[in-house]
Design a binder for this molecule. Structure first.
Ligand code: CA
Length: 224
């Protein structure tokens, strides 16, 4: 899952980047409205955290621009003031959620999870596919109740496939969703991650659709 943070306060931006990174998201940041707007127009984010008071272009204008272009990723607005009129304006412009500063990082992460989940029609923080479970809140993965140890990138790949289970996800899409913008990308490593994941969670859970990509399935359901 890939998240963009548009925030001009350096300390807060770094705190958000660290907390989201630790929670398994690939994070891009922008310290001004112009860069933030451009990234949101050109990169495929699963969620954007958008401050309202920004240098160059303000948050409301950015949001309005994205929505008028049909960019539909969830946007969580951060505001320094608890002004009800601003909340209404933001929500009417197409914001999905709203948080007033100062906030608790735990609450922000829960809201990020909830909004990401909603876009892929998941109702609970625990994603399930047969007896494979991934807890998006704790990062724990189990198969038949047994904990599975994954590295950060193996987790990112499985997390994305679990959020989109049943549908084909291309290697290019996975590559775009697990690496931040400044990270060197190599779609061949996706194949390596998939191979390791298959060994850890069971070979028949991730199906290769030739020339198209991968699909996470529940083998028990497919056979029955
Ligand atoms: Ca600001």
């Amino acid at each position: 899952m890939r998240v963009l943070v548009v925030e001009d306060d350096r300390d807060l931006r770094e705190q958000l980047k660290t907390a989201l990174g630790d929670a398994g998201y690939a994070v891009d940041t922008a310290d001004n409205g112009e860069d933030g707007q451009f990234l949101g127009e050109t990169e495929p984010y699963d969620l954007v955290i958008l401050d309202l008071g920004l240098p160059k272009v303000d948050g409301m204008t950015i949001l309005k621009g994205w929505r008028s272009q049909g960019r539909s990723m969830p946007v969580l607005i951060l505001s320094a003031r608890d002004r009800w009129s601003e909340k209404v304006e933001g929500l009417d412009l197409g914001a999905n959620d709203y948080l007033t500063k100062p906030f608790h990082m735990g609450e922000l992460l829960a809201r990020v999870r909830a909004n990401v989940r909603r876009t892929s029609d998941q109702v609970s923080a625990v994603l399930e596919s047969g007896d494979l479970m991934l807890n998006t809140a704790t990062g724990q993965v189990t198969v038949g109740g047994q904990p599975i140890k994954l590295t950060a990138y193996q987790f990112k790949v499985l997390d994305y496939l679990m959020h989109h289970r049943g549908r084909i996800v291309s290697r290019a899409e996975l590559t775009e969703k697990i690496y931040a913008q400044d990270h060197e990308r190599d779609s061949n490593t996706i194949e390596v991650f998939i191979g390791i994941l298959r060994r850890k969670i069971g070979t028949d859970r991730i199906v290769t659709e030739k020339g198209l990509g991968y699909r996470l399935v529940d083998p028990a359901a497919a056979n029955g």
